[in-house]
Write a protein of this length. Structure first.
Length: 323
């Protein structure tokens, strides 16, 4: 198994490493990591990135995309406010914008020649994330995803891996849905990413690492032979019981009262981060999870706020996997 960390070409990461990929390579060597899963920001020059350290590409994610993809622009305008916001979010005014975006990312990925690409299978609006009343079922999201990926990913390229989330789409709670997604994907090289925090978030009562491990063990065991299709684990932790016990009606009212779009975005980011803070595992259960799943890659997908915290999180994950 290869150990990776997540790094993106966002301002945050590039500032930490002074846009110097030699410093990123030294960071990997210092922590005995085999490479990175790369989040690519469009426009970043690929020739700056040393191909040999890029083992995976994290494709972009539009959390609320199906209404736009269907052409329900009245609903989309209600969500985003105006055409300028729609263009900023999706890159255009019809579904071709999303298709073209993923086609460009696919071509960029092939230039960097990683071993895999990560694609999220999910749909949720901000209000749905606060009410848990969703317009689409898992299978509806999966079917729209299939239409999109079968249009975009053609021919030869890195392995396409579908990542689970806790909103409608791929959750891993239903083996038949997961199998259907793989079976109907026409792209030949395919499989799954198991994001640990995202799976934990399908159980609102988890408050300890031990409880998280027991739940993960139960869900993964029910996948049976499909477990072999999990090629990558995103190793991160959330213990959501306390946050889910809070009064979200008040949060919804705050969100709806806020008319400033940017403040709504900031409020939503705060809400998501409290659910999914991307913390490192600290105890023996990290190793137990990896031994259970037996992935080809383990990605330390945490969300540090500084380079010092990034070093600390990677150190903690290394120690947890050695325990």
């Amino acid at each position: 198994m290869k150990k990776l960390c997540h790094i993106s070409t966002t301002k945050k990461f590039l500032t930490w490493f002074e846009n110097d990929w030699n410093k990123i390579q030294k960071f990997l060597e210092r922590h005995q990591l085999d490479g990175i899963e790369l989040g690519l920001v469009p426009g970043y020059p690929l020739n700056k990135i040393p191909k040999e350290i890029v083992k995976g590409i994290h494709l972009s994610f539009y959390p609320m995309w199906i209404d736009f993809y269907k052409g329900d622009m009245a609903k989309v305008i209600n969500l985003l406010g105006n055409q300028d916001s729609i263009i900023k979010y999706y890159g255009g005014l019809n579904k071709q914008a999303i298709i073209d975006s993923y086609k460009r990312q696919f071509e960029m990925a092939k230039q960097l020649d990683p071993e895999y690409m990560v694609f999220h299978v999910c749909n949720s609006t901000p209000i749905e994330s606060l009410t848990y009343k969703f317009d689409y079922t898992n299978i509806e999201v999966i079917n729209y995803t299939l239409e999109l990926v079968n249009e975009v990913f053609k021919g030869y390229g890195p392995v396409l891996l579908f990542e689970n989330l806790w909103w409608p789409g791929l959750t891993f709670l239903n083996k038949l849905e997961a199998k259907y997604l793989l079976d109907k994907t026409e792209y030949r090289n395919k499989g799954f990413v198991l994001d640990i925090s995202h799976l934990i978030l399908t159980n609102k009562n988890i408050s300890t690492e031990h409880a998280a491990y027991k739940y993960i063990m139960d869900v993964v065991s029910k996948l049976d032979k499909l477990k072999k299709s999990i090629k990558v684990v995103h190793l991160n932790k959330t213990l959501p019981k306390y946050y889910f016990e809070q009064d979200w009606k008040y949060k919804l009212e705050r969100y709806l009262r806020q008319k400033n779009h940017q403040r709504r975005v900031e409020f939503l980011k705060e809400h998501i981060k409290k659910m999914d803070p991307h913390l490192p595992f600290e105890g023996c259960y990290a190793k137990k999870i990896i031994n259970l799943v037996e992935p080809e890659f383990c990605v330390y997908e945490t969300s540090p706020n500084s380079i010092n915290q990034f070093n600390f999180y990677v150190k903690i994950q290394n120690e947890a996997l050695r325990s």
